[in-house]
Design a protein around this ligand. Structure first.
Ligand SMILES: C[S@@+](CC[C@H](N)C(=O)[O-])C[C@H]1O[C@@H](n2cnc3c(N)ncnc32)[C@H](O)[C@@H]1O
Length: 269
């Protein structure tokens, strides 16, 4: 994903994400939170608005954390959270996961990268560089956790709805290789980065969710600036229809959700 996109949309990020990244993090943090001690130093890598840091602070208020993201807009939001939530021991830095240039070798006990590990059309080698950097800045005995999407079912609904509105235009896509959604791809990158056979990749179930379908569709359409008002109205109707057709869609008395599946890699140095 492009960082200019994320910087421009930082304020809207948490609504757009609709708990998709948070729900996966909540699952893998069940394993990670008990390993955090007074001597831990944690890198929240490609931190976005700091959802991981929030989970850590809830369990370990004094935990020493560095939040880094390439989008300055995201880092501004973390700074506001540091003030507003009175977080202590939290540092911030604008850094590229592919080149963590201000960070020394063997620094962190935990390097956590929740959905900040995708190739981009302009740099297909990006994940290789990022995995190598995670290994480099991790201490001996430390653990890194990296997540990627295996199944982003709502993208299918978005693409179909986009075709209803503009039948002659190729729907927007992130333009990354199919391999990115495979578990072996994540395993290979971690193994080759230096972690060797101290790697485990798990499939984790999650969900993008909101109180109502109307709210969920609204969240998903937050970044649809390229459409006219009239197109947006049609897109909303089409998106609701396409989401309802997804086998992963579920509606309960208290909310609606679309099931998603992630790969989560754990690697030890
Ligand atoms: C899907 S969001 C995930 C944010 C957060 N980790 C979470 O769990 O919600 C991806 C984040 O990666 C950041 N990002 C994209 N490319 C990056 C890069 N090359 N280096 C550092 N951060 C990057 C974006 O700005 C965005 O904040």
């Amino acid at each position: 994903m492009s960082t200019s996109f994320h910087s421009a949309n930082a304020e809207k990020y948490e609504r757009m994400a609709s708990n998709a990244t948070l729900n996966i993090a909540k699952t893998f943090m069940l394993d990670i939170l008990p390993t955090i001690t007074e001597t831990s130093y944690i890198l929240d890598n490609a931190c976005g608005t700091g959802l991981l840091t929030q989970l850590i602070k809830a369990a370990h208020p004094k935990a020493h954390i560095k939040c880094a993201d390439l989008a300055p807009g995201m880092i501004d939001i973390i700074k506001e959270k540091v003030q507003g939530l009175e977080w202590v021991n939290v540092e911030t830095d604008v850094l590229d996961v592919r080149d963590l240039k201000t960070l020394e070798d063997n620094t962190f006990s935990h390097v956590l990268t929740n959905f900040g590990f995708s190739p981009t059309p302009d740099d297909p080698e990006g994940p290789r560089k990022a995995a190598r950097e995670m290994w480099r800045v991790l201490r001996e005995g430390g653990v890194t956790v990296v997540s990627t999407w295996s199944e982003r079912s709502f993208d299918i609904a978005l693409e179909k709805a986009a075709l209803v509105v503009r039948p002659d235009e190729k729907p927007f896509s992130w333009g990354v290789s199919e391999d990115w959604s495979k578990g072996w791809w994540l395993m290979k990158h971690l193994e080759e980065a230096g972690f060797g056979n101290r790697v485990e990749v798990r499939s984790v179930n999650g969900r993008v969710e909101a109180k109502t379908l109307h709210e969920l569709v609204g969240n998903m359409m937050l970044f649809k600036e390229r459409y006219s008002e009239e197109e947006l109205a049609r897109l909303e109707v089409a998106l609701k229809e396409e989401i309802r057709k997804l086998p992963q869609f579920e509606e309960t008395e208290k909310d609606v959700g679309i099931k998603m599946v992630a790969w989560v890699g754990f690697a030890w140095k």
